[in-house]
Design a protein around this ligand. Sequence first.
Ligand SMILES: [Zn+2]
Length: 270
Amino acid sequence: MELKASHFSDFLKPAQVVYNLKSKDKIQAIEELLDVLIKQKLIKNKKPILTRIIDRERLESTAIGHGVALPHARVDTGQDIAVVVGKSAKGIDFDSIDKKNVHIIILIVWNPSIPGLFNHLFAGLAQFLRNSGFRKRLFEAKNKTELFNVISEIRLSLPVQDDKIISRASLLWKLQEIEIQKRKAPKVKQKELQKKADLIRQELDVALLDRFDRLMERYGFAVAEVDDGACLGCFINVATGMGSAIEGSNDIYVCENCGKFLISKKKAHN
Ligand SMILES: [Zn+2]
């Protein structure tokens, strides 16, 4: 299937916007939003999708800062994509890295048959959220129609360097933890760990995973922490300025000496 849509509004109708979420916690809010998708006949079975989304949240919160969270799941729903947006005036604790409550939740369920959709959508969102004017209008929308209109302006776009709003280094780090656990886990635990690993693998591109798997096979680990400017994979200092770049961005960095993926110590132990 080819990606033809170019705007968020191609997937969004006013009925998929909840101006005033009733829920007070994260799981309730996700359920409330999924109920909207059921009502709109965009998804059929709530339970398995809810489980997938919560499993994904447990791996790493999808709160991306600025008071916005993007819970998501890749599920074969028959539809290309199902989007629902909810606003909470009071805010919801989403285990966000910045500890701030989330006021806008954009929940996305998409079909695995459309390659690239996830990245296009998220890149568009990232560009949109970077603009403080848009953010202001998003949070200050006075009613459902206004909120719908602002969100409809989001365009899908090709990801560029700064658009990685989901930290892929953290995902790789989590994947590594799971793969290491898998090595010594009893048989009964294997299936559960594999499920977690697959959840992460779905969000990373093939080239990255290929490199990850090769490093894991060769060294037993693929992602190394950077502490005090040194790669803990080889204990050689990383290039000047790289340490702070790793700290401050969601992009993927590789140690120029040992070739391992790098993650800041802070992000690794978040
Ligand atoms: Zn290294």
